[in-house]
Design a protein around this ligand. Sequence first.
Ligand SMILES: Cc1cc2nc3c(=O)[nH]c(=O)nc-3n(C[C@H](O)[C@H](O)[C@H](O)COP(=O)(O)O)c2cc1C
Length: 426
Amino acid sequence: MPAAARSTKPEESILFTPLSIGSLTVGGRVFKTATAETRATDDGFVSDEFIEFYEPMARAGTPLIITGNLYVIETGKSTYRQPGADNEDKIPGLKRLADALHAHGTAVFGQLNHCGRQVLPKTMGLDRAVSASGVRELMLGTLPRPMTEAEIAETVEAFGRSAAICKAAGFDGVQIHAGHGYLISQFLTPYTNRRTDAWGGTFVKRLRLLLEVYQSVRRHAGADYPVIMKLNGTDFLPGRPGLKNRDLVEVARIMEREGLDGLEVTVGHYESGGPMIRGTFSEFFKGMNKEGLGHKLPWLQRTGAKYAWPAMALAFGALWPPKEGFNLEYAENFKKALSIPVICVGGFQSREAMEQAILSGRCDAVSVARSMIADPYLVRHLMQGVSGPACNFCNGCIARAGRMPVDCYEKEVRREKDAMMEAESA
Ligand SMILES: Cc1cc2nc3c(=O)[nH]c(=O)nc-3n(C[C@H](O)[C@H](O)[C@H](O)COP(=O)(O)O)c2cc1C
């Protein structure tokens, strides 16, 4: 498809044109994607610190903010200070967040998730993690047990109830997390789903959990409530039977037929290595050892991260260097197959790259994690055509996720960010 014309005036950019996601219309096309905030209370309630993270992004005109993953059931919680949408008692806190963002005209979606095997079970007070099958997770070393039928039914119900909780809190929609190797992704992927019952063994049976979760969300939240999904463009599990792009496009096609309102395209499981968060990794292993969950890892992974981190950082940085729009090659194939909006996440930072992604017809909107952590005013800066603090993709933020409040931990960038925020509040 030929690229449409690009305006030279920032305020006339395609980035600030409306987009409809089901029954919701948002005023722009640069969204904040999910980043595990690590800012809720220990028991999963939204705190002031939580709202303070998002309020500046809303003030800067970000049209849609997707929360970090909210656990739908206590046993699906993955990290410390993760927020929950598991119980009605969470509604007032979630509502405080929704109200704070709505005050600036920003829409908010809750990302609904169950972590499955991607957890250090002891840190969450669990004896064993659960998954589709008992396949060890290589990054964390976690060996899960297969879920029982009763646990699957409880999980399906929990996703629906969480959607109703988000709706009652005034959220504008929800996002079902079906990517990144979390529980739904574990059921979809043949490598992690070795079941031979009604929940595995064929493509249709591996899809069943996602379908039932979606139907449960619809039952609880209603036919008109905006529901989107985050899905891998490819599993990226070399040497293991992961899903390829064509399989995942088929998953999305089926979900669109079911009534899904939008799709966000991402990549990889935890044990894929670094494709999900391409960057320099200069702060990743170092930060994980120093201030992240590194010391909680099992011996093998902990020792590797402790002694081999310089080599690992170099290898990861060489294999998966930073790149703007690094999931566009996958997003493009979803876009060709679907009519619902396709949102592409992955490395976006500059106005040029974002506009090009949309104008070339490869996606309808872009979503941003790290560049918005570094510069919460990114959307305003894009509109004004000026630059703010620029993420250098060191991955120090994700290295600390689950233990420290999500923020930029690169000294120079953080200094610039703090000065900018202070100047605004003065
Ligand atoms: C600190 C941090 C926390 C993250 N937490 C989540 C999460 O809760 N849910 C999710 O789907 N992705 C999460 N991600 C992945 C991002 O949503 C996104 O897919 C990835 O960072 C690539 O986007 P970027 O290049 O704009 O950072 C996280 C990323 C970072 C950096």
